[in-house]
Design a protein around this ligand. Structure first.
Ligand SMILES: [Zn+2]
Length: 280
């Protein structure tokens, strides 16, 4: 992975004024050096500082300008990923009558009457950087639908740009957050907000999602027995025949006497049998 070209802040600097706080005051180091060299060519006491209306643009800035130009709103704007503003090489200025020659002398190239405010300053165009930066930022915020960070401005990247919130992404990839719970969400150090399906807790050493409950452990042998028994079919219980009416009445009338009498006759018969055998 090739590293991004590092941009350097060119303002605040004497004789350089930004038109608004929407101007991102960043350029490649070589372009910044040329701008600073030009700024020293006009005496400060002239009171005509270079008024910069645009410098570095994100791919989102360029997309808005490009769409606006297509709709007939603004002056011509390059397609996202094709503008020197995204490479940290270009500036637009408002008071060209004062600053044209100092900028040209410092090595910046005027684009011409078609875009009279625009100058390209020394540096190496690196079109893919701005697009890769956006693709990675998108991926940080949409890990579930990532873009390929190939630096190419294709349909998927353009579709993602259209869905980018105007207020910016929740995670900027630069700031860090303290790991903490926010309701059922876990905020992690890169500031992503992850949903916890079983809640978030700060009770242990650091905030984390509550563990998903695991099924209770059952010994494998016991589990086999349970499964085996689940397939066994037991015969239906035998029906117990109700006692006859005669027996029920006998029990009700005489309690256990009927049974007692029966066993008495049985005992008598048994003794009689023994006696008969002895008599023989
Ligand atoms: Zn421009």
């Amino acid at each position: 992975m090739t590293p991004f070209r590092e941009f350097e802040a060119f303002a605040p600097y004497p004789n350089i004024t930004l038109e608004s706080d929407r101007v991102h005051p960043f350029l490649q180091g070589s372009a910044k050096d040329a701008l600073w060299a030009a700024s020293r060519q006009v005496p400060l006491e002239d009171g005509t500082p270079m008024l910069i209306t645009s410098a570095f643009r994100t791919i989102a800035d360029q997309y808005v300008l490009w769409r606006s130009a297509q709709a007939g709103g603004c002056a011509d704007a390059a397609r996202p990923g094709a503008s020197n503003h995204q490479f940290g090489l270009a500036i637009d200025i408002d008071n060209r009558s004062v600053w044209h020659q100092p900028l040209v002398d410092a090595g910046c190239v005027w684009l011409g009457a078609g875009d009279p405010v625009h100058y390209d300053c020394p540096g190496e165009p690196k079109p893919e950087d701005a697009i890769i930066a956006f693709q990675r930022l998108w991926n940080l915020n949409h890990p579930d639908e990532p873009l390929e960070d190939d630096g190419a401005y294709g349909p998927a990247t353009e579709a993602a740009l259209r869905r980018t919130p105007l207020s910016g992404f929740a995670v900027d990839g630069c700031t860090t957050c303290e790991q903490r719970c926010d309701g059922d969400f876990l905020i992690i150090p890169d500031c992503r907000r992850l949903p916890c399906t079983t809640g978030c807790t700060e009770e242990r050493f650091e905030a984390q999602c509550v563990d998903t409950p695991q099924p209770e452990y059952i010994d494998p042998w016991l589990r086999n027995r349970i499964e085996e028994n689940a397939n066994v079919t037991y015969p239906p219980p035998k029906r117990i025949k109700a006692p006859s009416r005669r027996v029920r009445e006998a029990v009700l009338d005489e309690g256990c006497a009927a049974t007692g009498r029966g066993s008495s006759w049985l005992t008598f018969g048994f003794i009689a049998l023994l006696l008969r055998r002895r008599v023989r």
